[in-house]
Design a protein around this ligand. Structure first.
Ligand SMILES: Nc1ncnc2c1ncn2[C@@H]1O[C@H](COP(=O)(O)OP(=O)(O)OP(=O)(O)O)[C@@H](O)[C@H]1O
Length: 253
């Protein structure tokens, strides 16, 4: 490509030949990956496969040594910092929930929705009608209307995860990155989380990293298997589960 030429792609997220080395060890090794607009993609793979590093590259936390990372057909994420990338519309939920324990579920969502609105203003000014409608919508999507006036401190682990997914949704990112959302959840909570993410995927693109196979099956979306920093296989869960290489390094163990 010439200096002025822009990479043109219809993909929402485009990784090509991405390599990340830590002291010579390649956590990502020539990784290429495409996520289409509106898609939900599940990323699976054994411990150390590079899933977290891939998310870190997309959010600007880690700079790749080589390769291209393009968002929304135009933005070269390798040139931007974390704040710029968040502003472009990439939101991330980490594995451990970080909600404001001393506020209600609804106020946690309002804080996320209002973004830069100060705590002071939050306490004094009532939410607008539009804000209240959006809060109702999000509460419905995360299935937490009954708990909306509860303090976040009193929520179960699963409910905290859903609240945090709701807080991410409140920021209305174009792409949601969700890291191991069902770790530590019961089977029923896991099933609900799959339904919540499917609902969110009606209006948002999602990349979700998860080990739990019953959850990935319930998502019912295209799966990418990472191994040693590269893509090993891609397809439906049935397709990748039948791939002998996937069985060998991951599923068969
Ligand atoms: N900052 C770092 N310094 C050195 N090595 C690192 C660093 N971050 C990650 N690694 C190594 O890179 C490899 C990939 O790690 P990564 O966390 O991306 O894998 P993962 O697929 O997310 O694994 P898990 O399923 O255990 O979360 C691992 O071997 C890890 O030890």
């Amino acid at each position: 490509m010439s200096m002025t030429e822009q990479r043109s792609t219809s993909a929402l997220l485009y990784l090509s030949g991405v390599t990340v080395s830590f002291d010579g060890f390649k956590a990502l090794n020539n990784l290429s990956l495409l996520v289409e607009p509106g898609e939900m993609r599940a990323i699976i793979g054994p411990n150390g496969a590079g899933k977290t590093t891939m998310m870190d590259v997309v959010t600007g936390k880690t700079r790749p040594d080589e390769g291209e990372v393009v968002f929304d057909g135009k933005a070269d994420l390798t040139k931007l910092d974390e704040a710029d990338i968040a502003t472009l519309g990439i939101g991330r939920k980490f594995q451990k929930p970080t909600v404001f324990e001393n506020h209600t579920v609804r106020d946690n969502l309002l804080l996320a929705l209002a973004g830069l609105r100060s705590w002071y203003k939050l306490l004094l000014a009532a939410p607008t009608k539009a804000e209240n409608n959006r809060l109702d919508e999000i509460l419905s999507i995360i299935r937490m209307e009954p708990q909306q006036h509860m303090l976040a401190a009193r929520l179960s682990h699963g409910q905290k995860q859903w609240l945090e997914i709701g807080m991410l949704l409140a920021q209305d990112p174009k792409l949601l990155l969700v890291d191991e959302p069902v770790a530590g959840m019961t089977d029923v909570e896991t099933e609900t989380t799959a339904q919540v993410l499917r609902e969110i995927n009606k209006t948002h693109s999602v990349v979700v990293v998860e080990h739990d196979m019953s959850f990935v099956r319930a998502l019912g979306v295209k799966v990418t298997v990472l191994h040693e920093g590269s893509m090993l296989a891609e397809g439906t869960l049935d397709q990748v589960s039948a791939d002998p290489r996937v069985v060998e390094v991951y599923l068969g163990r």
